[in-house]
Design a protein around this ligand. Structure first.
Ligand code: FNR
Length: 378
């Protein structure tokens, strides 16, 4: 309504409201290296494309005369009340994209009560982000050193992060030609990874402080997460050090989902990291129905990879996800306009979701079932 009314007064929004076109808008506005950091994927970009194409194969069936004029998007996931079944996905080193980085993102989300999932690789210390954030979860890249892991978990808990999202699909960084070609690492050296660099256990393992030798600190940081020897038997360590819900992110196979349920995890995030890890991987949305069928009644199934607008959110929910994580679109919003840009993107996606929910004859997200969708063979 607000956008239409402003339009009548000849005011156009500062950023596009077509959240599927944010990538083009961001490419025109951002410097090539930061843009490449966000837009890039593994290998040829095949999985990124597949993630998007998978949404096009599911079509929403509009309904009429349903009386769906008042709608309620709210939900509660693992004890976190949400105005809509949408969280902001963990995205590392956001200072590369905008100097205010995660602080701007957290403020924008807090204004709308939308939860953030803060990355281990945050360019601001998790305590500083917590000070301006609303509902918040913490994403763990699981370090090889137990002391560093315990320290991160302790800090996150003390700073009021309520759930833990453990990302498992990035135990080694994939072949990412775009990153290699555009060399954003100099940006990384300039911005640093303050969340890590301020961590007492991490600092204790360095010969020189990150302030004196940022390059060495970054190398050490990356090595902490590479070639990890973790397996399913390692999960009790997290339970010992985290008092709260735990979700595993990066699940694409129903057997892995079953193992997560057997290990008494509270949730999973069906995700292929936005196509940044395995080129030629199954589209995340195509992996979702089988996983929901396997474990949907045993733990909370969340979804990401390829969500660009309200219709996409609705499709993932109709296929059984309890909530979705919004990734690149809000980061493009950050690049385009800092806090205001992120807020604009979240509001656009939620307004779109609300209207599409009504136009498909539903009033709450619980009403959504696969019957809302039609599988198109193209
Ligand atoms: C990510 N993602 C990610 N995931 C995570 O668990 N920790 C992290 O630090 C990051 N960092 C990160 C940086 C950038 C630039 C991107 C684009 C993505 C993955 C993210 O949480 C999510 O899974 C994807 O963004 C979903 O794909 P789409 O919807 O953005 O294409």
């Amino acid at each position: 309504n607000e956008i239409y009314l402003r339009g009548l007064a000849d005011e156009v929004p500062p950023f596009t409201t077509d959240t599927t076109r944010l990538e083009q808008a961001a490419e025109a506005a951002m410097a090539p290296a930061p843009f490449g950091y966000v837009a890039g994927g593994a290998g040829s970009g095949d999985t990124m494309r597949a993630n998007r194409e998978a949404f096009a194969h599911w079509r929403i069936v509009p309904r009429v005369l349903t009386g769906a004029t008042t709608r309620d998007l709210s939900t509660t996931i693992l004890g976190t009340p949400m105005p809509a079944p949408v969280l902001l996905a963990p995205v590392g080193v956001q200072s590369i994209v905008h100097p205010d980085g995660e602080l701007a993102t957290a403020r924008a989300a807090a204004a709308l009560d939308v939860p953030i999932v803060l990355s281990t690789a945050s360019s601001y210390p998790l305590e500083d982000v917590a000070a301006v954030a609303g509902p918040r979860w913490f994403q763990l890249y699981w370090p090889n050193e137990p002391e560093v892991c315990a320290s991160l978990l302790h800090r996150a808990k003390a700073a009021g992060y309520t759930a833990l999202v453990v990302t498992l699909d990035t135990w080694t960084l994939a072949w990412r030609p775009r990153d290699l070609d555009t060399a954003y690492l100099p940006f990384l050296r300039a911005t640093g990874v303050a969340n890590a660099f301020t961590d007492p256990a991490f600092r204790a393992g360095l010969a020189k402080s990150p302030e004196d030798d940022p390059g060495m600190a970054i190398l050490r940081w990356v090595s902490l997460f590479t070639g990890t020897d973790k397996c399913w038997d390692s999960l009790p360590f997290l339970r010992e050090h985290w008092d709260g819900p735990i979700l595993l992110k990066g699940i694409q196979h129903a057997d892995d989902a079953r193992k997560a349920a057997d290990a008494e995890m509270d949730g999973i995030v069906v995700s292929n990291h936005g196509g940044r890890q395995v080129d030629g991987a199954v589209a995340s949305l195509d992996a979702l129905p089988e996983i929901v069928a396997a474990v949907g009644d045993r733990l909370e199934v969340l979804f990401d990879s390829g969500v660009r607008n309200g219709s996409d959110v609705l499709k993932a929910l109709a296929l059984g996800a309890k909530a979705v994580l919004l990734g690149r679109p809000y980061v493009y919003g950050l690049g385009l306009g800092g806090e205001e840009g992120v807020r604009h993107v979240i509001r656009s996606v939620l307004a779109d979701l609300d209207l599409t929910l009504g136009l498909s004859g539903n009033t709450t997200i619980k009403d959504l079932t696969p019957d809302t969708l039609h599988r198109a063979h193209r």
